[in-house]
Design a protein around this ligand. Structure first.
Ligand code: PEP
Ligand code: MG
Length: 811
């Protein structure tokens, strides 16, 4: 099989390739058509594959799309075409089937999705590709009749999960690609003869028609027969890990669907039944409210107040009464009323209100259960239960005994649904969005839940169980290895200490932070509860959340950042207008300094929470001294109020600012005199220094932490703080990038704060490099003027020191 020239010289020049059509339709179907068209016009395998990765990458909006081809004789995969990785590595990167995540795809012959590839036990580092910047990985096998031909991979800069539709689409494209590879293999030449090409086009046309048909049918697929042997159901991984157990199918205990319309000639008795059921329901929701707030602190348990309000709502009760007076039995009056309410909510234009339809159903079911005298005993599980359900309501979440659960499989729900958040915080492997789930699983059937790949097996074969046992062993070994690094201090061999802390967004993340050995929280992004609540959480509500984090971090420092709303985070209750350039618009501190009442509520809550531990207060997106002065004035006002009210707080709570705007770097020497510390938000700093949108994949290759302009800005900000003897940390993703860490240390950074799972690796890295060497490296890099030079130098140095292998420690 022909192999591409390592330097790409044998491939046609980009400019000579047929131009891509300007058409910009976004459906999966049009992407399939485009890929099909590239294939049908193919004269040259290499250039077709290059066009395919280019088109796929652009349309599925990932920064990287690559194709690896499998050579069965050498039993290895070779990078064949890529959009996003270094083109120079094409033809040079090889891996065996037991190597890397790409190898794993072919080993499993199934899609593999990993939210953070760098932290996965199977991650293998290929320095020449430049892939260390990319976190999320989705690979699908390219095969024909279960025989491996290659792997199609997409990767993204940001940690994210791929949806079931994306997985399906990529698999379909892999099917298209397989035909072209087979053809090329058979011909052993990139030139297809005319006759063959015609045949080939015909075959492709048929394949495309079949695929289009498949796309159309996708939503009306016939469910798999529940009595067939091993069944494989695909959804979306919502909480990682592998769980094996027996199905516990959670069906609603009662359902309006099973009710026939009943009439009664004793409206008085029927109304009394309703009153009794409603009053029982009120007691139950009060109890559930208490349980939910213990389990999921950020989820607005006051949602149960909404339930209560509805249970006490006059209009709701009057409607029931009217229907009963008209001769309906209590159950039927309830059915009619609930159906009307669900219909009304479902038609609302605001998403938040639309979603309340689920609450109405929840309330309706609760009253019905009480009317029929049905008790909630179904939450009793056997010890190795895999919970199977259509959806989980907040009432379910408040009552489920999660200790016994080995896995969760849901027909509905997204990865940010309440169910997914709960599963993640209890580390229960979970797959959501599985079509035909309830028709496919019987009570007590054996199940495997693969929360990493988003796959569920029902009645799995021995082979599958064996494979998952192996994976589970690897996964546990990986976690054990993490635990062994847990207590290591981040001190260089020549005695220089760096603090390594965690970035968190949810209270559930605290457990991960502690497990991975964080020495505190370097960035608590407080936005989440503000986005999930129906209205601005009041001071007490906020204190409750902050206090929980502070107390759970048991006297280690916790840096709480004030709200960073706007740009891509909009709560429904604040007046955000549509903007042309939201990242340059009304966001973050600019919002806080305008909505000062709300800002003060948050500051008071943070200050009051400071009485419970070691709190630092962090202000995001600062770009001028005036902003710092204004913010400090409001902080002082909040402090004065608290003193007057006799509320305890830490009088000397350190106040710092995020350096994430170039203007702040330019005046860093002045800003640092006004505050106690800096925290460098390089995620934003990079986008603003380079004028590269951090979320726009089209320009993603330009988003470069090791750009000399970024390095110099970072060095300048660190120097400004250190010159004043002030403390400086970094909480952007640069802090967990192994290539960047040595130079950050060399510049004099005091603290690195990152996603918890990167902590052990970075600690180990810090422990492997002398501070003197780090200083030498940072000085050298400051004298360089191109990304290529900087990266080349860092790779060479890290290779020389033997630390480049550190990114593979989890193998
Ligand atoms: C940053 O910009 O680097 C940062 C840590 O903040 P966020 O990612 O929340 O914008
Ligand atoms: Mg930021």
């Amino acid at each position: 099989m022909p192999r591409p020239e390592p330097d790409g010289s044998a491939r046609p020049d980009a400019a000579a390739r047929p131009e891509r059509r300007p058409r910009r339709r976004e459906s999966g179907l049009s992407l399939l058509e485009d890929v099909g068209e590239i294939i049908s016009q193919s004269h040259d395998l290499q250039s077709s594959l290059e066009q395919i990765v280019q088109v796929v990458g652009a349309r599925v909006q990932t920064e990287v799309c690559s194709l690896y081809i499998y050579d069965p004789r050498a039993r290895r995969l070779t990078l064949w075409a890529t959009e996003g990785l270094n083109k120079g590595s094409v033809g040079k990167v090889h891996m065996g089937l037991d190597e890397g995540l790409t190898g794993l795809v072919l080993q499993k012959l199934e899609p593999v999705m990993v939210v953070d590839a760098l932290a996965h036990p199977r991650y293998k580092y290929f320095p020449e590709t430049g892939e260390e910047r990319y976190h999320s990985f989705l690979g699908v096998p390219v095969m024909v009749k279960r025989k491996p031909l290659g792997v199609l991979v997409v990767q993204t800069l940001r940690r994210r999960r791929f949806g079931a539709d994306e997985v399906r689409l990529l698999r379909t494209i892999a099917t298209q690609v397989s035909s072209i590879v087979v053809q090329a293999r058979q011909a052993e030449t990139i030139e297809l003869k005319e006759k063959e090409r015609k045949e080939y086009r015909k075959g492709m046309l048929e394949a495309i028609l079949r695929l289009q048909e498949y796309e159309k049918q996708r939503d009306v697929e016939t469910p798999p027969r529940p009595d067939s042997r091993s069944r494989r159901l695909v959804g979306v991984g919502a909480s990682p890990g592998f769980g094996t157990g027996r199905a516990h199918v959670l069906r609603p205990l009662v359902s309006f669907d099973d009710l026939e319309q009943l009439r009664s000639d004793d409206p008085h008795a029927e109304w009394q039944r309703i009153e009794h059921a409603v009053s029982e329901s009120i007691d139950q929701v009060e109890h559930l409210k208490g349980r939910l707030s213990e389990r999921m602190p950020e989820v607005d348990s006051s949602i149960f107040d909404t339930h209560r309000m509805m249970l006490e709502d006059r209009t709701f009760l009057d409607r029931l009464k009217k229907l009963i007076d008209d001769g309906l039995a209590a159950e039927s009056a309830l059915q009619v009323t609930i159906t009307e309410y669900v219909g009304t909510f479902s038609r609302m234009t605001q998403r938040y209100l639309r979603e309340r339809a689920t609450d109405v159903k929840d309330i309706g079911n609760r009253i019905l259960k009480n009317l029929l005298g049905v008790e909630d005993h179904a939450r009793d599980f056997q010890d190795d239960a895999v919970l199977v359900a259509e959806e989980l309501t907040l009432s379910d979440l408040a009552t489920i005994d999660h200790d016994k659960l080995r896995g969760i499989a849901l027909a509905t729900g997204g990865v940010t649904s309440h169910a997914s958040i709960l599963a993640k915080s209890f580390e229960i492997p979970t797959v959501v969005g599985i079509q035909h789930l309830l028709e496919s699983v019987k009570e007590n059937e054996a199940m495997v839940v693969d929360g990493n790949s988003g796959i569920v097996y029902v009645a799995p074969s021995e082979e599958i169980v064996r494979e998952y046992e192996r994976l589970d062993r690897d996964y546990r070994a990986f976690n054990l290895e993490l635990e062994s690094l847990h207590d290591l201090l981040a001190v260089s061999p020549d005695g220089h200490s760096i603090s390594v802390l965690a970035n968190i967004g949810l209270i559930g993340d605290v457990a991960f932070a502690k497990r991975h050995g964080a020495e505190g929280v370097g960035l608590y992004r407080t936005e989440f509860p503000f986005l999930t609540y129906g209205e601005f959480p009041d001071e007490d509500e906020q204190i409750r959340l902050y206090r929980k984090v502070i107390e759970e971090m048991s006297n280690t420092p916790v840096t709480i950042r004030t709200l960073d709303l706007g740009a891509d985070k909009y709560p429904s209750y604040l007046p955000f207008a549509k903007e042309e350039n939201p990242f340059l618009g009304w966001r973050s501190i600019r919002v806080s300094l305008e909505l000062t009442d709300l800002f003060k509520v948050q500051l008071r809550a943070i200050l009051r929470a400071s009485a419970y531990g070691r709190v630092k207060l962090l202000l995001p997106m600062i770009s001028s001294l005036e902003e710092v002065w204004q913010a400090k004035e409001i902080i002082d006002e909040a402090k004065r109020e608290l003193r007057r009210e006799g509320q305890p707080f830490d009088e000397s709570v350190p106040v710092g600012i995020m350096i994430e705007v170039p203007a702040a770097v330019a005046i860093a020497d002045a800003l640092i005199r006004e505050v106690d510390f800096f925290s460098l938000g390089t995620n934003d700093l990079i986008q603003y220094v380079l004028a590269v949108d951090r979320n726009n994949r089209k320009v993603a290759p330009l988003y470069e932490a090791l750009h000399p302009a970024v390095i110099r800005a970072v060095a300048q900000a660190i120097r400004a703080a250190r010159d004043q003897g002030k403390w400086v940390g970094i909480c952007g993703e640069m802090a967990s990038d192994p290539l960047c860490v040595p130079i950050l240390i060399g510049f004099g950074i005091n603290e690195l704060s990152m996603e918890p799972f990167s902590i052990p690796l970075i600690k180990k890295l810090i422990r492997s490099i002398d501070f003197a060497t780090a200083q030498e490296m940072s000085a050298a890099v400051l004298g360089m003027t191109s990304v290529k030079e900087i990266k080349g130098y860092l790779f060479t140095m890290m290779k020389k020191m033997g630390v480049i292998e550190l990114t593979e420690i989890y193998h």
